[in-house]
Design a binder for this molecule. Sequence first.
Ligand SMILES: C[S@@+](CC[C@H](N)C(=O)[O-])C[C@H]1O[C@@H](n2cnc3c(N)ncnc32)[C@H](O)[C@@H]1O
Length: 99
Amino acid sequence: MCVLLASGKAYAGYSLSNNSSPHFMGIPRLKMAADAPSRSSLKLDEAFGVFLTKEEQETRCRSGLNSVDLGACPGGWTYQLVRRGMMVAAIDNDPMTLN
Ligand SMILES: C[S@@+](CC[C@H](N)C(=O)[O-])C[C@H]1O[C@@H](n2cnc3c(N)ncnc32)[C@H](O)[C@@H]1O
């Protein structure tokens, strides 16, 4: 990767193949569910996949747990949490998109 800062100034970066993302360009290709209110639901899906191990996902994002989504409209993150079986207190001063 190369970031061009100005004429004559750039940062070059690299990662070792045994210490890099398994995904092309570091971005997992996630498919948005047809009934998701926004693409932001994929951001949370990706964050869970990147920052939590499978075991942590099973204990920290499982059915029956409670969560709070502050500034929840239109509802992408709430959708992702509900999809995982969690109870969500979703708060916003704008209306949610409900499907
Ligand atoms: C970028 S959106 C959040 C998107 C959401 N995470 C999703 O996944 O769909 C930010 C939201 O915060 C809400 N918000 C900002 N300030 C707020 C406040 N003081 N009280 C309630 N909601 C607020 C806005 O109405 C807006 O809907």
